[in-house]
Write a protein that binds this ligand. Structure first.
Ligand code: ADP
Length: 532
């Protein structure tokens, strides 16, 4: 304490205002400071050393007073003392100069120095005061903070590059997905909650005839849907977005192309959700069914037309044959009467003419009966029931007994199935085919064979004969009304049997056709669907 008072007296604080008491007070402040407060000469010799200095450096005042301040510079470190003193001599003050010093126990410490010149009453610089503060802790904390910061920065960098890698991967995935979408045969469009288009594939661009960038971001409903369906489709979209309805399979609505034309699209919708499960957008894939629709409409129109003309024809055939029967009966009745009464009484040509009339009338009657039978296939059909074709075969053969015996024909069959059918009609069908097989015979005794084979959902029946065969050019008109081959003229018939067969097969949902080689025989096929 006395030392400090002396120091202060030595310096310039010795004035009227500073009495002994005040000096003592100041000195006690210096002594009790936690900072080191050191006085030294301009060559660095330590003059004063407070308790703070002792605490920081470990030396007592006695140990260091009179020694050079350089003892505090750790070995191996540049001696900055002479530099500092040089600046002090120039009257500069050095503030918060951070450096490393060594304690008495050899431990290095970080300190912050503030060094000021000390002047005497004339203003001459006579020494320097140093205030030193141990900043080791602060430095350590700073260092820790810096390391933590570096670490954080490194992690941020790692995370950033990881993110960009993920982004890159995502972009590649998206590109891949886009490629898949582009080769897809259907158009794909994703519409966001704001009704704007988020994504389209190439097919979508092709159908709409816009470039991708012209579609993305546009309001789908306002831009690409015809006004008349806009509201209806928007309602569905809104409900889908709100999760109020499940996606409707194959929702059909038209789109508007660049030229203002409409294309009919069959849509399949899927809702897309984010990770939290909220619906974010709707993915719609659509198939252009414009052509298909057109063809369907066309077909429907033709089917209706065909049904109408069929019905008309049937009606005509029925009315005609029915009404013709009466006058015809009269003709044949009176001609027969004429024949009975006047045969042999008129001249020979009269007898011949009468015979022609009788013959013609009989022929016409057969034709009309056949025509009636033909029109009845459609109008008098019975519901289908399980029908055993072996029974049907027996029935047909029984009906043809006389013909078979007359021709010495051999009619055989393989095992035949039971199918759903109108028994009277299929009996007629089989009978017509077998009788043709016998009728159109060659010299040798006729042989007719019936068999059946199941293929998928159909029964394939066949009726094969060893007769005259059918010329290729006649195949086209084989199943038409009243069509007979030239070669058939010497065989009796009206040319209606196969037309009836076709109507019967068609009524049962099947097909009928023939294969043949002239002189070797024919094989007629027909199918009947397998039904439970
Ligand atoms: P139709 O037997 O009264 O002449 P169809 O309608 O049964 O009438 O047959 C039409 C024509 O098809 C026959 O006139 C004949 O030319 C030919 N045809 C039918 N079946 C056979 C057959 N099994 N062999 C050869 N020709 C046949």
């Amino acid at each position: 304490m006395e030392y400090w008072i002396r120091v202060m007296e030595d310096i310039n604080v010795k004035s009227e205002q500073f009495n002994e008491e005040k000096l003592a007070f100041l000195a006690s402040i210096i002594e009790s400071s936690d900072d080191a407060i050191i006085g030294k000469t301009l060559d660095g010799t330590i003059l004063s050393w407070n308790m703070g200095a002792q605490k920081i450096y470990g030396y007592s005042a006695n140990e260091v007073t009179g020694h050079s301040i350089s003892i505090l510079v750790p070995p191996g470190y540049p001696d900055d003392i002479s530099q500092i003193l040089k600046r002090i001599r120039q009257g500069q003050r050095i503030e918060h100069y951070e450096t490393v010093r060594m304690r008495k126990d050899g431990k290095k410490i970080d300190i912050s120095l503030t060094i000021s010149p000390i002047k005497d009453s004339t203003g001459r610089i006579i020494g320097a005061s140093t205030i030193a503060r141990d900043i080791t802790e602060r430095k350590r904390a700073e260092e820790a903070l810096r390391r933590a910061y570096d670490d954080l920065e490194m992690r941020v960098q790692e995370r950033t590059s990881e993110l960009s890698r993920t982004n890159e991967a995502l972009r590649r995935e998206r590109d891949k997905a886009q490629k898949y979408l582009d080769v897809a045969g259907v158009m794909v469009v994703i519409i966001g909650a704001d009704q704007k288009v988020v994504l389209v594939n190439r097919k979508c661009c092709e159908i709409l005839r816009y470039n991708e960038h012209e579609i993305i971001g546009k309001n789908w409903f306002e831009t690409f849907l015809p006004e008349r369906v806009r509201y209806e489709v928007e309602v569905v979209f809104t409900k889908l977005m709100a999760g109020e309805i499940e996606p409707v399979e194959f929702f059909e609505n038209p789109v508007l192309t660049r030229s203002g034309k409409e294309r009919m699209i069959a849509w399949h919708n899927t809702v897309l959700r984010d990770e939290a499960g909220n619906i974010t957008s709707i993915l719609s894939s659509g198939e252009d069914i414009t052509e298909r629709k057109r063809a369907e409409e066309e077909r429907e129109r033709w089917t209706a037309e065909l049904a109408r003309s069929n019905a008309e024809l049937e009606q005509f055939a029925y009315v005609a044959s029915h009404d013709l029967q009466e006058p015809l009966r009269m003709i044949s009745g009176f001609t027969k009467l004429l024949e009975r009464r006047y045969k042999g009484r008129l001249d020979r040509s009269a007898d011949e003419f009468i015979a022609y009339i009788v013959d013609g009338a009989a022929r016409m009657q057969r034709m009309i009966e056949d025509l009636l039978a033909y029109s009845r296939v459609g109008t008098r059909g019975k519901p289908f029931e399980p029908t055993n074709f072996e029974d049907i075969f027996d029935q047909a053969v029984a009906n043809l007994m006389i013909t078979i015996e007359e021709n010495k024909a051999q009619v055989t069959h393989d095992p035949l199935p039971t199918v759903m059918a109108d028994d009277s009609q299929v009996a007629q069908l089989l009978q017509n085919l077998i009788s043709n097989g016998i009728k159109f015979r060659r010299e040798e005794p006729p042989r007719v064979h019936v068999s059946a084979r199941r293929k998928g959902n159909e029964w394939f029946f066949s009726v094969q004969d060893n007769g005259i065969g059918i010329a290729p050019e006649f195949f086209g008109s084989l199943f038409q009304l009243f069509q007979r081959e030239h070669a058939a003229n010497k065989y009796p018939g009206t040319g209606i049997g196969l037309a009836i067969c076709r109507r019967i097969v068609e009524r049962h949902g099947g097909r009928i056709w023939a294969e043949s080689e002239v002189g070797k025989g024919s094989k007629f096929y027909f199918t009947i669907p397998v039904k439970k």
